[in-house]
Design a protein around this ligand. Structure first.
Ligand code: LU0
Ligand code: CA
Ligand code: CA
Ligand code: CA
Ligand code: ZN
Length: 408
């Protein structure tokens, strides 16, 4: 990313801002590298700790975006690191950020923030008895943190188990916004004709936050091209999935450096987006009882079903008994059997601290999963063509039904 500060520095030095700069926080050349032999979560965590941007991680290799210096650092750690060339956005002209009308050419089937908001308003308008739109607060740049509730007698807070779906916490993971919108669409338009859907809507209160990071996702599609942007838009950006308060910054699963892709922020809930969502979840604890029972936070990509804790490799820990870990595993595997994803504890990928799932479980005992959606590997990475939206969101219909059924 060409930051305001770096532009000023460049202008002061009489240098034009280079169009070859990638949209990463560091104003250095960024290449894609394949780090070979990352066979264990410990090795993948070691890669993550160098501060590179991890695109995908498997037992065979971990694909990253980083600088030549970071590649060298990894080699010094003993990894075989192969260059895969420049990131796709490099070399393209830096277009002045224009008003966003839609996704880059060919991908218009994705919803911009305005289009997503319009879809939620339409759901409320067309199904006022079962859909109610509100907001939990505002993003850093002042966009509404939209919240939609779907249930019978929607205006009344009934004594029904509550389920939460959150999407698009990471800016460039646009397929996840479409996932939330599909759930809204399916449970509203299906209500009148589909008995199973009617039953779920009548017996549960289903909440969705389709845009957890609206500033980031709008930035990511600005100027008619993609920017590979992950974080929010506060300063150099905070990684919203390292900013939750449960064991925030505890365990080397996030960075203290503002330019790092996993920057955790100066304090837990320093990001207005995580603050407002967590305040709202806290408000669902009524008479000492948390109403939300189950939760999926959708990400891309790798085709995984992940559960807490992320901060430790241990399956059990204070706040996670063997029986509870078993419950996560059983439901996680059951859901994964319906969509063909791989199910594992979150730290089986790499260590994270301050993520949403650890907080949901650690603080509220909400059965909270992370789904890493399509694709499995680096191609097409974060930017599947819009033709992938329908099949890849429908792929999770059964898992969605299972997590709703698990809210008791
Ligand atoms: O936040 C992340 O690093 C997630 C995975 C964790 C929830 C375990 N991966 S992502 O950033 O590539 N979506
Ligand atoms: Ca569109
Ligand atoms: Ca109801
Ligand atoms: Ca209720
Ligand atoms: Zn993500």
């Amino acid at each position: 990313m060409v930051t305001a500060v770096s532009v000023l520095v460049l202008l002061a030095a009489g240098v034009a801002a280079s169009p070859a700069m990638a949209d990463t926080a560091q104003a250095q050349a960024q290449d894609v590298y394949e780090v070979l032999g990352t066979a264990t979560p410990q090795l993948r965590t070691a890669v993550a700790r160098t501060g590179v941007d991890i695109l995908t991680a498997t037992n065979e290799s971990t694909t990253i975006v980083g600088s030549a210096a970071q590649a060298e650092q990894l080699r010094k750690l003993g990894f075989v690191v192969e260059s895969r060339g420049p990131v796709e956005t490099q070399g393209l002209p830096e277009v002045a950020p224009a008003a966003i009308t839609d996704f880059p050419s060919g991908d218009e089937g994705y919803h911009t923030f305005a289009e997503a908001t319009a879809a939620l308003q339409a759901a409320q308008q067309n199904f006022p008895a079962i859909a109610k739109l509100s907001s939990v607060g505002q993003s850093y740049q002042g966009r509404a943190m939209n919240l939609i509730k779907i249930s019978d007698n929607v205006a009344t807070d009934e004594n029904e188990p509550e389920v939460l779906f959150t999407c698009n916490m990471h800016a460039r993971e646009h397929l996840t916004t479409e996932m939330c919108l599909r759930i809204v669409e399916r449970f509203t338009t299906g209500y009148a004709t589909n008995a199973a859907i009617k039953n779920m809507v009548d017996t549960r209160e289903i909440y969705l936050i389709p845009n957890m990071n609206p500033d980031g996702s709008e930035y990511d599609i600005s100027g008619g091209r993609y920017h590979s942007w992950r974080k929010n838009r506060q300063g150099n950006g905070t990684d919203p999935n390292r900013n939750w308060s449960y064991k925030w910054g505890c365990c080397g699963g996030s960075s203290t450096s503002p330019t790092n892709e996993t920057y955790r922020g100066p304090s837990a809930f320093s990001a207005p987006e995580t603050k407002s969502v967590s305040d709202w979840v806290n408000s669902r604890k009524i008479g000492g009882v948390q109403q939300i029972k189950t939760h999926i936070d959708f990400h891309t990509y790798s085709e995984l079903v992940l559960w807490p804790f992320g901060y430790t490799y241990n399956p059990t820990a204070p706040g996670m008994t063997a029986a509870e870990a078993q419950k996560f595993q059983t439901l996680g595997k059951q859901m994964a059997a319906t969509n063909g994803y791989t199910a594992e504890q979150s730290s089986g990928l790499y260590i994270t601290d301050g993520d949403i799932n650890d907080w949901m479980w650690g603080n509220h005992k909400i059965l909270s999963f992370c789904f890493e959606m399509y694709p499995k590997g680096g191609n097409p990475g974060f930017y599947p063509p819009d033709e992938a939206i329908a099949p890849q969101t429908a792929r999770n219909d059964k898992a969605v039904d299972l997590i709703i059924g698990a809210a008791v």
